[in-house]
Design a protein around this ligand. Structure first.
Ligand code: PLP
Length: 367
């Protein structure tokens, strides 16, 4: 049996009849850049997240960068985040002119350890970016409390956590802004690139709306120096169609994750991912941990099972961030996890047979 890591075609087949007319309508109306199809999606996504404003942007990296710029973060400032993330979190900090400061993760959440935050705060610290990695929210209450105490902004990197919840609150709705990516493989993915920032702050929303469109509120009258970070009309229409299915797709992911964990419970040599009591995990990634990760991955590939690694090198050890002078051993939990992570096939349309087959092969490896 062949089990792909991700099968976008399988999902497309289930919504083809809805999504093709929606795309066609945008083309018939030539509403390509920004416009009504984007505005409609923005309203729906703001409602979905339980926030006042959603600003569609070009991608998730734009969403993070725009948030920082709109919050006034720039040259000489420090922004605290975790090294256990996709590089974009740190890139956005760097592109805003600030310096990323990392704190290690908690082994049980794979997210920022709030207990290490206070030590990382200096006079230059302006913001914290918790990442809801793999679809499970970071432990937000202590993070929000520390931020409040020190007058820091909080930008949530919810790029892997569409629809995830923390104590009943939606990922992205708790910080000053929440940032989403609609990269095709995300839980809510566009048919191209896309992203969004959500916020309850009216002034911030107005600023980001102008900024993403060259700083103009009225065409060719530029109040601020902005950028082109618009979401395009076709993506707005596609995302509106797909948003209606997101809750079901997330439920399917949760079901597959539960099944993987049940079937693999007897395998002593691996650690399966857990769901925190406070969380609704949406399993963008199902990352188990194995000390023999590379050998296991090769074995599974031979059996037709495609896996991924998210991510093999934590951000502080990437060549791009060599100038920060972190070393191996700087963040031991993140480093240990990175050497052990193995992401199993995960998408809503996986069949029960495929899930069972993957688990069976893992058991076969260890037998
Ligand atoms: C995908 C992702 C991003 C960046 O999103 P793009 O749309 O690819 O720019 C940022 N942070 C995390 C954690 C991501 O997974």
């Amino acid at each position: 049996m062949n089990v792909p890591f991700l099968d976008l075609k399988a999902q497309y087949k289930t919504i083809k009849d809805e999504v093709l007319p929606a795309i066609n309508e945008v083309i018939e109306n030539t509403a390509f850049a920004g416009g009504p199809y984007v505005a409609k999606f923005e309203q729906a996504f703001a409602d979905f997240c339980g926030v006042k404003h959603c600003i569609g942007v070009g991608n998730g990296t734009d969403a993070l960068w725009l948030s920082l710029v709109a919050l006034g973060i720039g040259h000489g400032d420090e922004v605290i985040t975790t090294p256990n993330t996709f590089i974009a979190t740190a890139e956005a900090i760097s592109l805003a002119g600030a310096i990323p400061i990392f704190v290690d993760i908690e082994e049980k959440t794979h997210n920022m350890n709030p207990a290490l935050l206070a030590n990382a705060i200096t006079k230059k610290t302006k913001a914290i970016i918790p990442v809801h990695l793999f679809g499970q929210p970071a432990d937000m209450d202590p993070i929000l409390e520390i931020a409040k105490k020190h007058g820091l902004k909080v930008v949530e990197d919810a790029c892997q956590a569409h629809g995830a919840e923390y104590k009943g609150r939606k990922a992205g709705s708790m910080g000053n802004t929440g940032c989403f990516s609609f990269y095709p493989g995300k839980n809510l993915g566009a048919y191209g690139e896309g992203g969004a920032v959500v916020t309850n702050d009216d002034a911030l929303a107005a600023n980001m709306r102008m900024f993403r469109d060259h700083g103009q509120a009225k065409k060719y009258y530029h109040g601020i120096i902005g950028w082109n970070a618009r979401l395009d009309g076709i993506q707005g229409a596609v995302l509106s169609v797909k948003l209606k299915h997101l809750a079901d797709w997330n439920d399917a992911r949760r079901k597959h994750a539960k099944r993987y964990s049940e079937l693999l419970a007897s395998v002593k040599d691996i650690i399966v991912p857990g769901e925190m009591d406070y969380a609704k995990h949406v399993y963008h990634i199902y990352a188990l941990r194995s000390p023999e990760r590379d050998k296991l991955m090769a074995y599974l590939a031979e059996k037709g099972v495609s896996c991924g690694i998210h991510y093999p090198v934590p951000v502080h050890l990437q060549d791009a961030y060599g100038f920060l002078k972190y070393r191996e051993g700087s963040f031991p939990i993140a480093e240990k996890c990175a050497s052990q992570y193995l992401s199993l096939p995960m998408f809503a349309e996986l069949t029960d047979e495929q899930v069972a087959y993957v688990a069976q092969q893992i058991k076969g490896y260890y037998a």
